[in-house]
Design a protein around this ligand. Structure first.
Ligand code: 3NM
Length: 226
């Protein structure tokens, strides 16, 4: 069967794509154009992007869709996959390469329903302990976002800090799925997350809020350069 353009884009190695995973929306960019921030971050080494338009001042409706479309264009141009956070309809409308959902969103779906709806696309699921990781695996996740690694001001309703040890516990418990750590990760903090068994790091503020997003992304990508 012929793949659609969106499906063809991420047939590569998901573990490779997860190395430096930028997550953001307009509220995270300090008043700058998110497309310019994304472009700079990709030039610095971002390997995957998630559009997460949440928090104070987040765009709604048509404006949100239009921004998503522009950021999708930046990703397509650069050849990196574009994932949408939570909003299943937006992901479909934009023909995104995948969707990322939290445990709360998961509760609204029967396990097969979500996987079926995003068949052939990347499905990422958040997990905050090994039991949630196992549940995400049962739901057919392609990768897990494990957090919060460190204290974060970006997600006010984040759970208690788990630390990189949680990733080590997931790996020890047999979770072999591609996995990123998330939450308060800086270039300095990334090393312990990777050492614990993560394939990469998912980052909002340390890249999108940096004075120089290109340089910030470069620092995150350094451990992967040989
Ligand atoms: N999810 P920053 S922590 C979106 O623990 C998100 O599941 C988390 O932002 C989780 O890199 C988090 O600025 C916020 O700390 C990450």
């Amino acid at each position: 069967m012929t793949k659609t353009a969106a499906e063809a884009r991420y047939t590569g190695n998901l573990r490779e794509m997860l190395k430096v995973y930028l997550v953001m929306g307009s509220p995270n960019c300090g008043g700058r154009d998110p497309a310019a921030v994304l472009q700079a971050a990709i030039e610095g080494g971002v390997t995957l992007f998630q559009f997460r338009e949440k928090g104070p001042g987040a765009l709604q409706g048509q404006e949100r869709t239009e921004l998503g479309n522009r950021l999708l264009g930046v990703c397509r141009q650069a050849g990196i996959p574009f994932i949408v956070n939570d909003d299943l309809r937006l992901a479909e409308e934009l023909e995104a390469d995948g969707i990322h959902v939290g445990q709360e969103d998961l509760a609204q779906w029967d396990r097969e329903g979500l996987r079926q709806r995003f068949k052939g696309r990347i499905l990422g699921i958040s997990a905050h302990d090994p039991a949630e990781a196992r549940e995400a695996v049962r739901c057919g996740a392609d990768y897990l976002g494990a957090g919060p690694m460190y204290a974060t001001a970006t997600k006010p309703d984040a759970r208690a800090v788990q630390g990189p040890g949680m990733i080590a516990a997931m790996r020890a418990g047999g979770i072999s799925l591609p996995l990123v750590g998330i939450g308060g990760i800086t270039p300095e903090g990334a090393a312990s997350v990777l050492a614990a068994g993560a394939d990469g790091v998912a980052v909002i503020s340390a890249i999108s809020g940096a004075d120089d997003p290109r340089e910030a992304a470069r620092r995150f990508s350094r451990p992967f350069r040989r």
